[in-house]
Ligand binder design. Structure first.
Ligand SMILES: [Zn+2]
Length: 226
């Protein structure tokens, strides 16, 4: 049975920073791994930063062992994802799902950030909601998809006990340990994950790397399934 993991995210660093280990692990186990990115991360930098960030994403993908042909940039603008684009983004994602899943039976996981966007970034929150919509409207209704799961990446309350006031937006607290469904141990690909995080040099990778050993476990809630 073909197994496919598809990450649906907003920015070029969202895969490496949040779930890079899980994606690397699954690719190393022979799964087909796709990454759909709404934007090229053009906010928070000088003119032309998007080409730098696209390049960084490609380098990070290589370091994670992911196939660059499986990166799908939707072409929306960082920081400007809004209601008016909701169905346009959803339709583009659905078209990619149709193409990559094909007609043969497949087991599919969609991976995205939790409803709080992990960090509270509104683009993350929008993509989480849109991924959920696509899961229910499209993926769960595909006959050839025998099993499907919608996985939300979460952080634990224990590792993120208080909202972080120094972050540039309100940083939500994590979830209770008991509500975590999957603890993805990525120790075996940790070097790849760290290298991929560092590849995003324009995105303050040290802020992420400060989490140290916490980065060896990626936490998910199974929000929906078929
Ligand atoms: Zn992001």
């Amino acid at each position: 049975m073909k197994k496919i993991s598809i990450a649906i995210l907003a920015h070029p660093d969202d895969d490496a920073f949040g779930m890079g280990g899980t994606l690397a692990l699954r690719a190393s186990q022979g799964q087909e791994v796709h990454v759909i990115l709404a934007t090229k991360g053009e906010a928070g930098g000088k003119n032309g930063i998007e080409s730098v960030r696209e390049k960084e994403a490609q380098n990070a993908a290589k370091l994670l062992g992911l196939d660059l042909n499986n990166y799908h940039f939707l072409g929306f603008t960082d920081g400007q994802i809004c209601n008016n684009q909701y169905h346009d983004i959803a339709d583009k994602i659905s078209a990619i799902l149709n193409e990559v899943i094909g007609d043969e039976p497949a087991e599919v996981d969609l991976l995205t950030f939790d409803r709080y966007g992990i960090s509270g970034h509104l683009d993350h929150i929008a993509m989480s909601m849109i991924a959920t919509f696509v899961f229910r409207r499209s993926l769960s209704k595909m006959d050839q998809v025998t099993t499907a799961r919608l996985l939300y990446l979460v952080s634990s309350k224990l590792s993120r006990p208080t909202p972080n006031d120094s972050y540039f937006v309100y940083g939500p607290a994590g979830v209770d340990e008991k509500s975590i469904d999957i603890i993805s141990d990525v120790s075996s690909v940790f070097d790849k994950k760290v290298a991929a995080i560092k590849a995003h040099a324009s995105q303050n990778p040290d802020f992420i790397l400060r989490q140290g050993d916490l980065l060896k476990k990626e936490l998910f809630v199974i929000y929906d399934g078929k």
